[in-house]
Design a protein around this ligand. Structure first.
Ligand code: CA
Length: 222
């Protein structure tokens, strides 16, 4: 029986334009009302997760910055800003990248846009700074080593004392792969990257939020 659902936000409970899906929101509420713990993890920032918690009435802790920070009744920061900031400043100085608007609210990661086709160059620099970069499909993020959605998943499994088969993860893009771990149930909306579809136990008929609503409305089948 699924006791915990951990879902991505962008492209998973939104539509293709990034607008929150009403069908997915409704199914999140229904799952919560049925006693399932529903949590979200995103590359986005704590103020955004605060909004989800408050205005969608979510009860479980939610994770920002790919798992690096958590909001429940308080805010917990699991990783430091030192390395992501140092790496970002050097990218900026070398004119390889520019920052994104949400950086002003970040606690332990930096978002960036490469300036030109320099992804490989940036990727090669990460080892020197001991950071990792990931792409959500919406923006690039600089993270500490070990700061990923799998970190959030392990935290929740420990906090609620859950076995992998009691957990369902939902995601659509490469930065969701760290939570697609052995033993947990994995579902994807139809718009998901091939790499995720290959790892999924279930691929929804619909894409985006409608696909996730379909998944959330049939939790008993997992
Ligand atoms: Ca996504």
């Amino acid at each position: 029986m699924i006791k915990l659902v951990l879902s991505d936000i962008d492209g998973t409970i939104t539509d293709s334009r990034r607008v929150l899906s009403s069908s997915a929101s409704e199914q999140i509420r229904k799952a919560q009302d049925a006693g399932v713990i529903v949590s979200l993890v995103s590359g986005n920032v704590i103020p955004v997760m605060y909004t989800f918690r408050t205005y969608l009435g979510m009860k479980a802790p939610l994770f920002a910055e790919n798992g690096g920070a958590m909001i429940d009744d308080n805010i917990t920061q699991f990783f430091s800003m030192d390395r992501p900031r140092a790496f970002f400043r050097d990218l900026e100085k070398s004119r390889l990248a520019k920052g994104i608007m949400t950086n002003q609210w970040r606690l332990c990661s930096m978002g960036f846009e490469p300036v030109g086709p320099v992804e490989q160059e940036i990727l090669q620099l990460t080892a020197r700074y001991n950071v990792e970069i990931t792409n959500s499909g919406f923006s690039w993020h600089i993270l500490n080593v070990g700061q990923n959605k799998g970190f959030a998943l392990h935290y929740l499994m420990e906090r609620y004392d859950l076995r992998p088969d009691e957990v369902l993860v939902i995601g659509d893009n490469f930065n969701d792969i760290p939570m697609f771990i052995e033993g947990v149930r994995k579902a994807v909306p139809a718009n998901a990257e091939e790499e995720l579809k290959k790892r999924a136990d279930y691929i929804a008929r619909s894409g985006y939020g409608d696909g996730s609503a379909e998944i959330l409305s049939s939790l008993e089948s997992f």
